[in-house]
Design a binder for this molecule. Structure first.
Ligand code: SF4
Ligand code: SF4
Length: 451
């Protein structure tokens, strides 16, 4: 498949991958609901990849909605803002969704405030590229697909490279999650606007909006607005396949080119941006609102009212579940994110952070313990791996603790999509063992560097 196939109306895709049931119907028709403000918000300082932000407020200080409360530290870092008018009620160490504790700021909501937002639009046309990069960093904007990688770093094109294609990742291939789908359906103008603002600086020849075919409304509405924009934006429909939304798979589907091991999309002249991120960029430049809220999918068979919720960053997860009617008695597991790449969430008294895309509430009918058997060399995991790795072989090496040998099989390229584990008839926890192996190898590499 390649760009020429787009004209032929073929459903583009990558090689390998899997076809899990998508369960999107639980929430893909639910209009995004804005959740009422709650009593208190917790803002961890390190909710993005890179150096945590540095607090600039003091306990007892009154802050306005959208006001800077923590500054970026270095280039790979972003600012943090108050999600409400309120008072800094605590500065300390708090539980985070990752299961660790981190320095953070608590803000008690001013119950008498209307929470009206008073910042002003930012004139992007008066900025040069550096001004644009700095603005995105100051607005605290990160990739909202889950990784929370600072967007300004992605948009800062290294010298000697250029961006030929800007791609909007509207695939949302994780089963159950529908926040991006609803965002595309309900905020198409902002998405087209955000893409054009970004491309004012990147100057890509072509902008692709990539959407899987199970989101027909999003395809329809964005195609209409793209056409009306009279620009170089084109909506491309991709086949429903997991992990279609992984950057490398999306690029391979559209351009027919592989991003080589150890290289980045920009090495092929591509920059990929998430739907929520592009909406946030439009909002920032048009209204001055930094990244202080996001859309989160609350779904699963064990939540009473599955839906998509617009919440301020820092909202406690248990209050969002309550807002969605609460969890049912037969709830067996809650995942942060989707079923393929999500992590078990045990503590619900933690906040939504910038990278929180969804909460999946599963019942005891869906959560099963699998028996584990020896590898029968069926090769299904090899056929599933989108990166053509050898999960079977890596699994055997992991079982023996032969971490260094796993490097020869490119374990560090594995992006933990879980496709191999999903298809394994022997129930071998492949992706789990690769996660452990990567952690051990990373630590070893740091130790070796510090010798
Ligand atoms: S988890 Fe890693 S090894 Fe398994 S299919 Fe995904 S990329 Fe391949
Ligand atoms: S899918 Fe499982 S049983 Fe089959 S080759 Fe891979 S690891 Fe072995």
């Amino acid at each position: 498949m390649a760009v020429s196939d787009i004209q032929n109306n073929k459903l583009l895709t990558f090689v390998n991958g899997i076809h899990p049931k998508d369960y999107k119907e639980l929430s893909n028709n639910c209009k995004i609901q804005r959740m009422p403000f709650v009593e208190e918000y917790t803002l961890p300082l390190g909710q993005h990849i890179g150096a945590p932000s540095k607090s600039i407020v003091q306990k007892g200080q009154y802050v306005k909605r959208g006001e800077l409360i923590a500054d970026s530290v270095g280039f790979v870092s972003v600012s943090l803002h108050s999600p409400v008018d309120g008072i800094v009620s605590d500065i300390g160490i708090f539980d985070t969704p990752k299961g660790d504790v981190l320095p953070g700021i608590k803000i008690k909501t001013d119950r008498f405030s209307t929470q009206q937002f008073h910042q002003k639009a930012v004139d992007f046309e008066s900025l040069d590229v550096n001004g644009f990069i700095k603005s995105i960093q100051n607005a605290g904007i990160v990739g909202l697909g889950g990784a929370a990688f600072p967007s300004h770093v992605k948009f800062a094109i290294p010298e000697g490279k250029n961006c030929k294609y800007l791609m909007l990742n509207g695939c949302e291939c994780e089963p159950f999650l529908t926040a991006d789908d609803r965002t595309m359906v309900e905020y198409p103008k902002q998405i087209i606007d955000g893409l054009l603002i970004v491309n004012h600086f990147l100057k890509a020849e072509k902008i692709y909006i990539a959407i899987e075919s199970n989101k027909p409304k999003a395809i329809e509405v964005l195609s209409k607005y793209a056409e009306e924009s009279n620009s170089n934006i084109e909506v491309v429909t991709l086949k429903v396949k997991y992990p279609q939304g992984a950057e490398k798979m999306m690029i391979s589907a559209i351009l027919g080119n592989e991003v080589p091991s150890g290289k980045l999309p920009i090495d092929l002249g591509v920059i990929v941006a998430n739907v929520g991120t592009i909406k946030a960029i439009s909002e920032y430049f048009r209204t001055g609102m930094p990244l202080i809220e996001r859309i989160v999918t609350i779904t699963g068979t064990s939540i009473n009212n599955p839906t998509n919720v617009l919440v301020p960053i820092g909202t406690p997860m248990d209050e969002i579940l309550e807002f969605c009617g609460g969890i049912k008695d037969n709830t067996a597991r809650i995942l942060l994110g989707g079923p393929m790449m999500g992590a078990v969430q045990k503590n619900l008294n933690v906040p939504v952070v910038k990278g929180t895309s969804g909460l999946l509430v599963l019942s005891s009918n869906e959560v099963k313990d699998f028996d584990q058997y020896n590898c029968i060399k069926c090769g299904k995991c090899l056929d599933a791996c989108p990166l053509f790795l050898n999960p079977s072989r890596m699994g055997l090496l992991a079982k023996k603790g032969l971490w260094d040998e796993m490097l020869d099989f490119h374990v560090m390229d594995c992006f933990e999509c879980g496709s191999c584990s999903y298809v394994c008839p022997s129930g071998i926890p492949l992706v789990q063992s690769f996660r452990v192996a990567k952690g051990i190898l990373r630590e070893k590499s740091i130790r070796d560097q510090n010798k």
